[in-house]
Ligand binder design. Structure first.
Ligand code: CUA
Length: 330
């Protein structure tokens, strides 16, 4: 941070309702530069428009007063209105550039989390293999995100951290942050990516010191203490099925077919043939979603090949079965 946070003190209050409180180590310096540019703009806007208004009145056409020839030029005025904005631009550039470098370079000891964006959910993969639809991090520790997209360009955006980075198919992008406040924050997709772009949300959960590691340990083994159907219900939300598949009776149409009452039924496919929704069909649809698309639905589901363990697929099947009142083998 190049400059102290005096501007923040000056402006706190006026803009607070518009911004979430800064909750990362770099958020305050982003705010300070924003406020500096804002107030420089407000200052010059007031001067220029003020003088313009004053001259409009003072030099208006009046009877009995003849127009005077204007002076050809004024060296002092012309040099100062070139040099002064140049100096202000230089300050903004160096200030912005140093903050930008701080935000681009993750500290060497940063904790690394893999991020995969796809239409329309986020998944966060931790070093122990656990995958979650929300981003869990420890407080006061630098976290580096290595991000890729399975389909189109998405953008990871956490307003409270003043953090935004595009997630692009076919390459990795990365960003980092260090959360300074515990609690829940909203993570948005900030790049229009299709019909459900606006619901492509996740939660950032910043754990108090010492509570992140136990959470991760627990989360990775959560299936152990649950029945398959209970585990499947959690996976349904956590792994993003919830974005496109409803699980209640008479739900509004969604991107994908409803899970409610679907197990064991006969359904028509896009090519006109029919299929019984059984364990093998569900498994195939998770791993190879385009193989047998139901009539009336677009082939937009991303594959979960390599992203769900066998026991997790079993749990999802058990959950879908339970929505048809089927007994599940324990
Ligand atoms: Cu993903 Cu918008």
């Amino acid at each position: 941070m190049l400059f102290p946070s005096y501007s923040n003190i000056l402006l706190a209050g006026i803009f607070d309702p518009f911004f979430p409180p800064p909750s990362s180590t770099t958020a305050t310096s982003v705010d300070n530069l924003f406020y500096f540019i804002l107030w420089v703009s407000v200052f010059f806007f007031a001067i220029i428009v003020g003088v313009m208004g004053l001259f409009l009145v003072r030099y208006r056409q009046r009877s009995g007063i003849q127009p005077q020839p204007s002076p050809s030029h004024n060296n002092l005025l012309e040099i100062s209105w070139s040099v002064l904005p140049g100096l202000i631009l230089a300050v903004i550039f160096f200030w912005g550039f140093t903050d930008f470098l701080d935000m681009r370079r993750a500290p060497d000891n940063a904790y690394e989390i893999q991020v995969v964006a796809k239409k329309w959910n986020w998944s966060f993969k931790y070093p122990n293999g656990h995958v979650d639809n929300n981003l869990h991090v420890p407080v006061d520790k630098p976290v580096r995100l290595v991000m890729s997209s399975d389909d189109v360009i998405h953008s990871l955006y956490v307003p409270a951290f003043r953090l935004k980075m595009d997630v692009v198919p076919g390459k990795y992008t990365s960003t980092w942050f260090e959360a300074t406040t515990t609690g829940d924050f909203v993570l948005f997709c900030a790049e229009y990516c299709g019909t459900q772009h606006s619901s492509m949300l996740a939660k950032v959960v910043v754990h108090p010191s010492g509570e992140f590691e136990p959470w991760l340990e627990n989360a990775a083994n959560f299936l152990e203490d649950l029945t398959p159907a209970e585990g499947g219900k959690i996976l349904y939300t956590r792994r993003g099925c919830v974005q496109c598949h409803s699980v209640v009776e008479n739900a509004a149409p969604m991107t994908g077919p409803t899970f409610y009452g679907s197990f064991g039924t006969s359904q028509t496919l896009a090519d006109g043939s029919s299929i019984i929704v059984d364990e093998n069909y569900i498994r195939e649809s998770i791993l190879e979603p385009q193989a047998k698309v139901r009539a009336g639905y677009k082939p937009v589901m991303p594959t979960y090949q390599g992203q769900l363990k066998n026991e997790e697929i079993d749990a999802l099947i058990a959950f879908i079965k339970s929505l048809s009142g089927e007994e599940t083998a324990q």
